[in-house]
Every structure is written in C-alpha cells, then in structure tokens.
Design a protein around this ligand. Structure first.
Ligand code: SPD
Length: 392
C-alpha cells in the first residue's frame, strides 16, 4: 500500500490546486445516489466519477457547530483526518470511545447526549433506526455519497443510506503468531483446545456478546442469529468451557497482545491484526474452515443533535467520503473502505490482500450478525453468565 505520507502529500497537492482555483461560488450538491445491488460484500465497482464536493458552509440560515463529538471505536481513524477537517472548516472534532456496539447502544438508550456522530455496526444501525435513536441524513449536505461503491448505497439495514453512511467493513477471525503455532483451521482451538498446545492459556477472545456467541454458534453448526434457547445455552456452555484455555476478553488490544507475543492467538477483527502486523510480521490472520463474521460499520448521527451539530456532522461525513480522506483512513485502519473512489490511492498489494478482501469462496462462509429483537437481552444475560462463571 502507498505510505501514509504519500497519501498526505497527494491530499496537500490537491488541496493546493483547489486553493489556487477557488474563486467561484460553492459547488452545487449532486443528486442523491440511485439504486444498486443488495449485498455489501460484492466486489465494488465505481459507476460515477469520484466526487470532491464541499457542503455550502451556511445551509438555510444554519451555521455549523464549531465543535462536535464523535463516539467511536478506538484506533479507528487517522487523527490527521480531524486536523485536516478542522483546517478546512474550522470545526473541531473530539473523540470518545466505546468497545462494543452494546456499550454504545446502552449509553445512547440511557439518554446519553452530546454526541454528534457515532459508528454502529450493521445490525445495531437497524436497532437504532427502529428505536428512533438516529437522525435522518440530509443528502444535499453529503454530495460525496457518490463515492460509495454501489453495493454500499443499498445496504439491507439502511436502504438508500437514509440514516447512515458505511465507514469501513471487515471480518472476524483469528490472528496468530505463525512461527509459534500452526495455522488455526478450526474454532476448535477455543472450543476443544489441546491443553498441551503452546497456545493453551495464551488465547484471547473479543469482549463482545454477539461476536463471541457467533464464534461458538458457528463452531456448533448453528445460525449465529438463532433464538433457540437450547442452542444459545449450548453456546454459553462452550464459551464457559473455553475459559480454561483463554487468558481474557479484550476488544481494544487483542492484536497488540499477539504482536508482543503475550498471546499466541486471538479472536478478533482483521484490520486490527493487520495494523499489529507492522510491529511483528510473524502475525497472520485467518478465518477458520467453519466460517466467521462479516460486518460493516457506519457513520450515523444521533437523534439528539442540534441542527448546528447535525450540519457539522454531515460536513464531516462528506469529508470522510472524499477519495483522498477515505484512503487516509483505510491506510491507518487496514480495513476495506466502502468509499470506492479511494481505491485509486491504494496499491495492488492492499487491494489484493485476502485478509482485507475475502476471496469469493470464503464469502459464502461469512455471516452477518442480525438484530434478534427481544432475544437481545437473552444473549446479554448468557454472556454475563459466561463472564462471571468460574474457570472450569
Ligand atoms: N479498532 C476498531 C475495530 C472496529 C471493529 N468494529 C467491528 C464490529 C463488528 N461487530
């Protein structure tokens, strides 16, 4: 992949050209995007020219807020994006972090205000729309929506991007130190572990109810969105049994702990492992034969924003959708970008990396977590039972 520096230089060069040419009025926002295929996991294709359009800085008498707070996953954006946005628009972005969809959702359901943006995964977007927790986007303020790949304009959890804009997408599998352990080809390393293997006691799992249950349910051959109580109890028992083999639950540092050799394997998200690979090239990422989880994270605006915050948040979303900024973000996160216009900035190595873009034969074994309605609390109760159970 191009270096971060080269992206930044391209960005600065483009910015300079814009500055030299900036004599005319603000550009007119383009039309809303039209329809596209249903699944967000197709190989993306760009049908329209990349767009780099700015939102008029005063919309219907509303001035954007001078500061917004984004409630975000940790290490999920290059901090330069905030500085560049502030330089361009004079709007400061402050970041607060969460470690799971459920943590973020509980905060907003509990009346948490002050956030102008948040970043839920697919199934959580659906829950938040149903519960009235999200504001509808004004597409006139996000002309760079044109830069999204077709398949990301009609995602099933938010057709037409009425509430959210896809931000990054990826998979959940296993990262491991290739010189220390064999490639884990099955989730059995967690659920039927060899107590004499070097990895025993040096494994971690995500601190995430739906993700850990998904791994256990996949291993058992069940639907990851099952609401059959006996199947969920079976998965709970498997997760409790795995506690003997794992060193802990972690959603923020799991890649670093493997790179540092503290753990030899971890259940986690692909990009985090690929970033950690920069510290230890021995770190590899794989998806076991039984399959794994695929997900799309999204930029959304909580319903509690003021009109000024909403405009500033939409300007930020539009900025993230610029091709160069989209590239800067994926270069930092190592996750695939729904911003297809960004592809021109990536080198072949990134675009052809199967750890970033799963090959077709793997796509059939990747499953989306879906909302399970009233059974959401059952997942949470069983997960609490797992976490509080003594090590067997
Ligand atoms: N370091 C940020 C990782 C964000 C991953 N989000 C994935 C959620 C899938 N359930």
């Amino acid at each position: 992949m191009n270096t971060k520096k080269s992206i930044l230089l391209k960005f600065l060069a483009i910015s300079l050209l814009f500055l030299l040419a900036a004599c005319g009025p603000a550009e007119t926002p383009t039309e809303e995007p039209t329809s596209a295929p249903e699944t967000p996991i197709d190989e993306p294709t760009l049908v329209s020219e990349p767009t780099t359009e700015e939102v008029p800085e005063v919309v219907e008498g509303i001035q954007p807020a001078s500061e917004i707070v984004i409630y975000h996953w940790s290490e999920y954006i290059d901090p330069d994006v905030y500085s560049l946005f502030e330089q361009e628009y004079g709007i400061r972005v402050i970041e607060d972090n969460f470690s799971s969809n459920e943590e973020m959702l509980a905060k907003l359901q509990g009346g948490g205000t002050g956030y102008s943006l948040t970043v839920p995964s697919d199934y959580t977007v659906e829950i938040m729309i149903q519960e009235g927790l999200l504001a509808r986007l004004d597409h006139e303020n996000i002309p760079n929506l044109n830069n999204l790949g077709d398949s990301f304009r009609q995602v099933p959890y938010d057709p037409g991007n009425q509430y959210c804009v896809p931000y990054q997408w990826g998979t959940t599998g296993i990262g491991y130190l290739a010189s220390e352990v064999d490639e884990p080809t099955s989730w059995a390393v967690f659920f039927d572990p060899d107590a004499d293997a070097p990895y025993y006691g040096r494994l971690s799992m995500l601190d995430d109810a739906r993700e850990t249950f998904a791994a256990a349910l996949i291993y058992l051959g069940y639907d990851i969105n099952t609401t059959t109580e006996s199947q969920l109890q079976e998965a709970r028992d498997l997760l409790i049994n795995a506690k003997g083999a794992i060193s802990g639950y972690n959603s923020d540092m799991f890649g670093d702990l493997v790179a540092a050799g503290e753990n030899l394997m971890a259940h986690g998200w692909n990009g985090d492992f690929l970033v950690a690979q920069e510290d230890n090239e021995d770190l590899e990422y794989t998806i076991p034969e039984e399959g794994g989880v695929i997900w799309v994270d999204n930029l959304c605006i909580p319903a509690t924003v003021t009109p000024e915050q909403k405009l500033a948040a939409e300007m930020f979303i539009n900025f993230v959708l610029q091709a160069d900024i989209g590239a800067l973000i994926s270069e930092f996160t190592y996750y695939a970008s729904p911003n297809e216009a960004a592809n021109e900035y990536f080198d072949e190595e990134f675009l052809e990396d199967p750890a970033v873009y799963p090959p077709d034969e793997l796509l059939t074994k990747l499953y989306y977590i879906e909302p399970v309605g009233e059974f959401e609390s059952l997942f949470q109760r069983l997960w609490d039972e797992v976490k509080t159970a003594p090590v067997p």
